[in-house]
Each structure stands twice: as C-alpha cells, then as structure tokens.
Design a protein around this ligand. Structure first.
Ligand SMILES: *Cc1c(COP(=O)(O)O)cnc(C)c1O
Length: 428
C-alpha cells in the first residue's frame, strides 16, 4: 500500500496495534497535501485561504460552536490562533502517549496551566493543590488567583493521603472545591502524590451538576513513565519545555484530556491567544520522534548516577524514585502509578550551601542551569535558585535545604557523568 493511500490516523497494521513511538513519524500527516514531503513542513502563516465564502462560513460555524460538525465534514483551517497544521498534527500525536482523546499545545507550560485554570475556575471556587509545586505555578496559585476571588489550599505531597482526608472534613472545602491540582513527583524532592486517592477525593466532593476535576502536572515522568488519565485524572498538563521538547531549545506546554474538557480549554486558548507558534509546533514534532529513546537513555543513566551518589561519603542522602524500598510510605504509590524512576535526582551534600556551591562550581560536564529534561545534564541548587521565592520556613518543611542539589540527567555516557561528579565531590 503506498503511503498516500494509508489513512493518516491509522494505528494498526492488520490486527496489530502499533506503539506510539512507531507512529511519531507519520501519524496525522498527509504527505500529498504538502508536495509529498516526508516531513511535515512549517506552516509559517497567520491565515488560510478559503475555497469559497460558503466554506469560510462553515468553518466558523464549527469553530465557534454555532452548530455541530457533520460526521464527514472536515474542519478547515481559519487563522493560526485557532488552528494550524503543525499544531493539529502535534496535538494528534501527543494524544497517543497519554491515551487522551484530545490535546492542546501552548507557547509555555505556564500558559497551559493558566489557560486551564481560567477555563475551569471561577470566583468563589477553591483549588486544592499538592505542595511543593513548580515556582511559577506556586505564584499563580497563591498570588494571582486570590486577586480573582479563587482560594488555593495546599496539602503536603509527603503526606498527601492523610492531608487530603483531613481537608475533606472541612465543609467549605467540600462545597467549594472546583479542582484538585497535583504535581507528582514533586520537584525537587521526588515525593509522590497518590493520583488515584485524589480522584477518589474529587468524586466524594462532586455532587449533582458539580464535578470536581483532577489535573496533574506530569512534566517529571510523563508521558513515558506515568499516565494520569489511566488512573482516573481528568486533565494532564505539561511543560513541554522539558522532556517532550527535550533539547533545551524551546518553551512550550500541553493540556490533554477528554474531547469535552480539552474543547473548553481550546475555546479559552483561542481568546487568550496562548497557543504555540507554528515554529514551536514543528520543533516539538521533531522532538517527539526521539522522545522514547531519549527518556529511556536518561532513565537508565540516572540509575547509575544515583547508585554512585548513594555510595559516596560526601553525599548524605539521595532522593531518587529508583531507590524507594518497600518500607517507604511512597513505595506502594510508586508501584501503582509509575513504570520507571525517570531521570531526576536530588541529593543532600555533606555540609551546607558553601559545600553545595563549591561542588556546583567544580562541575565540568554537567551544566550549571535550571530547567530539566534536555539532552545535556544539568545541576542546580533549589533553595537558592528554582525554589528561592518559597517561604524559607515552608521550604525547610518540604525538605528543600541549603545542602540539596538537583540533577537532570541527559544522554551523555554514564561513566563520563560519574567521572565529573567524582572530581567535583573530591575537590570539596
Ligand atoms: C518548567 C515547569 C513548568 C513551567 O513550564 P514553562 O514551560 O517554563 O512555562 C511547570 N511545571 C513543571 C513541573 C515544570 O518543571
């Protein structure tokens, strides 16, 4: 069968269902619409020409929800704030990894999170959230949302089940919560929040016409090692800047879920204008082709690095999912909701800020930078960098101390990374 006759959305060969990595080079793209180019071109255009005034009218009717789309009617392209081929193909491919009906891509992780909040939260609502969360999300929850009459109530990721149960005893929380937002594993401590327990709590709080949504920021392990939708979550959010982009050369975000919920998010995105550009969309299509290879290599290398650190006399403690033992309270959660430990490691160095800084300044192959999930290994100091605006007392409670260093493992040879860590620790 020649390529142009194969359905661009086929996911099987005969009876066999193809894996997502096998579909990342072709799914959703029709070469015959682009001169036969094997790669989807960059559709660097703001607007699209209608074949006729009637066609333009029909596209708008559907895009603005004025009538339902007929089963065989193709939705045409209108304007790149609403739709664009690079974004639509990317969104189709992203759904395969998380088992989502639909996805929406954004120009940053923060725009994915904020647009989702603006879609589902209203004045008077409460949003319950795990703690710690990413710094930008923390600011949005605690400083921005209250200005719009939305209250954020945090619960500790370390003791999520007990803290959630306690919150549910509060009548106001039961009556006004519109969303449970969780980030798991928590950054940088790798604490795990039980997603299924959050789904259960949301069901308990939902009543009549009011449905409490569970949204999970899946940036650290997804989409390869954790699929929150399969655990009952309603929405999955990403900073695609990290593992999905994977090359530290773009900023982007994603929201995935049911057609109904993501449709609402896309409606808000159209008006806020927070969609990704065609160029960002194209870069992400490039990235998705190697995502599984990259994330697998990073995950395997991280284990060598974590084992090396755990045995080192100048390392006090390592926070790494692959080292959880059955007696740890998060072990059962790990087994239920993660399929591998991923590529993020934090550790406490023997000493304090001075020792941590000397170590960071001594690194030669690891780059001293925030962000994560790229091909190059990165090291940073959470207390002084990514988490410096968290209240110092809260920071201490979360375990983010002056002796903590965070590593994001890249695709370098594990022995070269270990050699770099060894010399940087030896110089202390
Ligand atoms: C980086 C990050 C964000 C924010 O994403 P941007 O792409 O920087 O806007 C949100 N959540 C997590 C867990 C992150 O690591």
């Amino acid at each position: 069968m020649t390529d142009h006759k194969r359905d661009s959305h086929a996911t099987t060969i005969g009876e066999k269902t193809l894996r997502p990595e096998s579909l990342m080079m072709s799914y959703g793209y029709r070469p015959e619409l682009s001169q036969g180019a094997v790669k989807c071109p960059i559709f660097q255009t703001s607007t699209f020409v209608f074949k006729s005034a009637e066609a333009g009218k029909a596209f708008f009717e559907i895009a603005y929800g004025l009538r339902k789309q007929d089963p065989h009617e193709e939705l045409g392209l209108i304007y790149s704030r609403l739709n664009n081929p690079d974004l639509e193909i990317l969104e189709d491919r992203l759904t395969l990894w998380d088992g989502a009906e639909k996805s929406a891509v954004f120009e940053s992780g923060m725009s994915a999170i904020s647009t989702t909040f603006w879609t589902f939260l209203r004045p008077g609502d409460i949003v319950l959230h795990s703690e710690p969360v990413y710094g930008g999300t923390d600011y949005l929850l605690k400083r921005i949302l209250p200005q719009f009459g939305i209250r954020a109530v945090g619960f500790s990721a370390r003791t999520s089940q007990q803290s959630l149960e306690k919150l549910l005893e509060d009548r106001e929380i039961r009556g006004k919560t519109a969303m449970i937002f969780v980030e798991t594993p928590a950054n940088p401590t790798n604490d795990l929040v039980d997603i299924a327990a959050c789904v259960h709590a949301a069901q308990k709080m939902s009543s009549g016409g009011r449905r409490v949504l569970v949204a999970v920021d899946n940036t650290f392990l997804g989409p390869l090692w954790q699929q929150p939708l399969t655990l009952g979550a309603d929405l999955v959010l990403y900073s695609a800047t990290k593992y999905i982009g994977g090359h530290s050369d773009l900023i982007a975000g994603v929201c995935l879920g049911s057609a109904e919920l993501v449709g609402q998010v896309k409606g808000m995105r159209t008006i806020l204008g927070t969609m990704a550009s065609p160029w960002t969309g194209w870069l992400l299509l490039r990235s998705l082709e190697t995502m599984k290879m990259r994330m697998t290599a990073q995950m395997k290398t991280a284990r060598y690095v974590a084992d090396f650190l755990a045995d080192h006399p100048k390392v006090e403690r390592v926070y790494y999912l692959g080292h959880l033992r059955p007696e740890h309270p998060h072990y059962a959660i790990y087994r239920r909701q993660c399929s591998a430990p991923g590529g993020m490691i934090a550790f406490d160095i023997v000493g304090g800020e001075a020792e941590a800084f000397r170590f960071l300044n001594n690194l030669q192959l690891f780059r001293l930078a925030v962000s994560l999930g790229g091909t190059e290994s990165l090291a940073e100091h959470p207390a002084a960098m990514t988490h410096s605006d968290v209240d110092p007392e809260e920071r201490q409670e979360m375990g983010i101390t002056d002796k903590m260093v965070r590593l994001s493992i890249g695709v370098e040879h594990p022995e070269d990374l270990i050699a770099d860590l060894e010399q940087a620790l030896a110089a202390l």
